[in-house]
Design a protein around this ligand. Structure first.
Ligand code: HEC
Ligand code: HEC
Length: 608
């Protein structure tokens, strides 16, 4: 009793001195709830559940050598890199972070009345405000304003890295089949033949033709393939929109597997082909935060390919960010401030490394199984749904650092092996299809989007409403809505016995998401999920999938404490600063200005 009161006072004292020294500077870059049982809830918001964002926002340094920099963390403390990337998706950004610089400003071309603009930017200050189900896990979510009155439903990002790898594999196979001289792009002479892709050996999908057979000036590839045009030296011609533009000697492409389908630029496929590019765009559009991201913005050979990220993904010019870093300050910070809100370098290249790393590794959805599952799955295949909703994809290289196998509501943490990987149960061919008028979308300008990407069906049991527009309120309704290219499959579905249709629906309903942070998981690989999982010498209760337990210096929780409602297990960390690496030079920010102190001490780079 005495010792616990003593500890409480000590904590109070510590907290007092800390809050005094900080309040003198009124730190703008606060964390959500850093405190524990001993903290004054007004001075230092507290969270005994331990699930809030605990660290203050500090821009991550891009690099591999400096301890605490993005690449250094990915290599030396990958779970901390993952957690810090995850925090970037959870944070609610404030004015001090540069959120909403152009708040109130809408997006797109001005309409005929000279005043109204095309659409809204759906301003919110956090990724998980939309990617909201399950809570704090980059799941699926609300339907938002798009270029049409119909709206756009928010997809989930479970298994996002696997989807990115499939997209890269589609590109690799297409390029390998057409680029006969191996110079990395498609010369006009080479641009012939059918574009075929093998999801798994022996299976073939038709991605259209490399040639322009319909005479519209563009290669007849599936719209998921986003094409740009090159001159005889293989350099991108920025203004070229088709093969007939002056000087065009060929083309190159990326496979935009993310996004349901866009037509806001000529030949545009989906949102993007990389997690990084979608994310920097989302930061800018939805939260008014512009990334200064040389990884995406430098195009060394001016050929449409920008750099390869630290997490190993080729980036493309289509992912250029608005903060181009035309004027650089200390340490290479961009002074551009494109939204003129007085906050510079709102999202750093290192931040982009970390959020990409998190999304790359975010675990895949799971399935709840059962006898009906297998029967339903067979009927799904027999009805021809698998012609588009292709179950498995083989990728030659797994870039993730862990795999979480989830079944029956329990997780098993596993290391990944470099080399080939079978991505199981994603249920998409990643092509765009015309499913008939029920899915067509008229945009505000009257133009029609007719083709949409086959939605990957993993997770579909928990992601309603359905359709790119979220207009179908049940699985049954969205399946019945299929027509066009999918009419034969829909008719086979409708011809099933009612009990069979139930099996098929039960199969789809069993493809689910789950809350990662409450998932009972065998973290230490001892084959059991302990009821008393001990981390840093303290019993944390049931063994859960909590990245903090896997840090190089694992988080140590407060443990059992008395609060006015009784005794509770406090999961607030008592070694927050050490565990989260806050004294590493790449992360240390004593003056709380949102930049590591090390960074601003460096001179501005000279521009040649
Ligand atoms: C205002 C709501 C909203 C916010 C905020 C938001 N997103 Fe999204 N996100 C969407 C919608 C809607 C789509 C689908 C867009 C489309 O296809 O047209 C999407 C798609 C994506 C995709 C592609 C997923 C896929 O399978 O196609 C990624 C990756 C993504 N968002 C990441 C992010 C990140 C990272 C953030 C935070 C920086 C973020 N999003 C913030 C609504 C949102
Ligand atoms: C010709 C290709 C094709 C076939 C065949 C096909 N689908 Fe689809 N499916 C799609 C496309 C494309 C979408 C996305 C439509 C949209 O939202 O615009 C989709 C969407 C869905 C969705 C909604 C997913 C979501 O999260 O919104 C479900 C469920 C679905 N399909 C189930 C089925 C079933 C069951 C069958 C067989 C009876 C089937 N599909 C056959 C292409 C196909």
């Amino acid at each position: 009793m005495i010792s616990s009161t003593f500890r409480f006072c000590l904590l109070l004292l510590l907290n007092l001195s800390l809050s005094l020294s900080l309040s003198a500077q009124t730190p703008p870059f606060a964390s959500e709830r850093p405190g524990g049982a001993g903290s004054d809830p007004l001075e230092s918001p507290r969270d005994l559940s331990g699930r809030s964002v605990k660290t203050c926002r500090v821009r991550a340094v891009h690099g591999t050598e400096l301890p605490g920099s993005s690449g250094w963390l990915m290599r030396n403390d990958p779970w901390l890199a993952y957690q810090r990337g995850r925090e970037l998706s959870l944070r609610e950004y404030s004015l001090a972070d540069g959120a909403f610089g152009e708040s109130g400003k809408l997006r797109g071309k001005t309409q005929d009345d000279g005043a109204t603009v095309l659409g809204s930017s759906n301003h919110v200050n956090s990724c998980v405000a939309c990617h909201n189900v399950p809570w704090r896990d980059m799941g699926s979510g609300i339907t938002i304003q798009k270029n049409s009155g119909a709206g756009r439903n928010t997809p989930h990002l479970f298994g996002g890295g696997l989807v990115e790898m499939v997209g890269q594999e589609i590109r690799r196979q297409l390029l390998a089949s057409v680029d006969r001289n191996g110079n990395g792009w498609v010369e006009l002479m080479e641009a012939t033949g059918q574009a075929l892709v093998e999801p798994t050996p022996g299976q073939q999908l038709d991605f259209g033709s490399f040639a322009d057979e319909d005479g519209d000036g563009r290669p007849d590839l599936n719209p998921v393939v986003y094409v740009w045009y090159l001159d005889g030296d293989g350099k991108r011609i920025p203004w070229a929109r088709d093969l007939s533009a002056a000087g065009v000697a060929g083309y190159n492409f990326e496979v935009q597997v993310f996004g349901f389908g866009q037509r806001d630029r000529v030949g545009h496929g989906g949102l993007s082909s990389t997690l990084r590019a979608v994310s920097s765009n989302a930061f800018d559009i939805h939260s008014g935060l512009q990334a200064h991201d040389p990884t995406a913005n430098l195009e060394p050979r001016l050929d449409g390919l920008s750099q390869i990220s630290l997490a190993g993904a080729q980036q493309f010019y289509s992912g250029f960010t608005r903060d181009a870093g035309t004027v650089l300050g200390p340490g290479g910070i961009s002074l551009d401030d494109p939204d003129r809100d007085g906050v510079i370098e709102e999202i750093s290249e290192g931040d982009m490394d970390l959020i990409e790393f998190f999304l790359l590794n975010h675990p895949a959805p799971t399935q709840t199984g059962g006898a009906r599952f297998e029967r339903g799955r067979k009927l799904f295949a027999a009805s021809g749904c698998v012609e588009c909703h292709v179950s498995d994809w083989r990728v030659p290289q797994d870039r993730r650092f862990f795999d979480l196998q989830v079944s029956s509501g329990r997780g098993q943490l596993q290391a990944t092996r470099p080399g080939p990987l079978l991505v199981k149960g994603v249920f998409s061919d990643f092509r765009h299809h015309d499913l008939g008028p029920e899915f067509h979308e008229m945009q505000y300008d009257g133009s029609q989007i007719k083709k949409f990407r086959t939605t990957p069906l993993w997770g579909v049991g928990t992601t309603g409403p359905y359709g790119h527009d979220g207009a179908s309120l049940s699985l049954e309704a969205v399946i019945r809505r299929h027509g066009g290219e999918a009419a034969p499959a829909r008719d086979r579905y409708l011809a099933l016995e009612e009990a069979e249709r139930d099996h098929l629906l039960a199969f789809l309903s069993s493809l689910v998401l789950y809350s990662t942070e409450t998932l009972p998981t065998d973290l230490d690989g001892d084959g059991v999920i302990s009821e008393h999982f001990t981390v840093a010498g303290v019993d944390t209760g049931g063994e859960l999938f909590n990245p903090e337990w896997l840090f190089r210096l694992p988080g140590r929780i407060e443990g059992w404490v008395e609060v006015n409602s009784g005794r509770v297990l406090s999961k607030a960390l008592v070694n927050l600063q050490e565990a989260y690496g806050e004294s590493l030079p790449g992360l240390k920010d004593l003056d709380r200005d949102g930049f590591p102190d090390w960074w601003l001490r460096r001179p501005a780079p000279r521009k040649s």
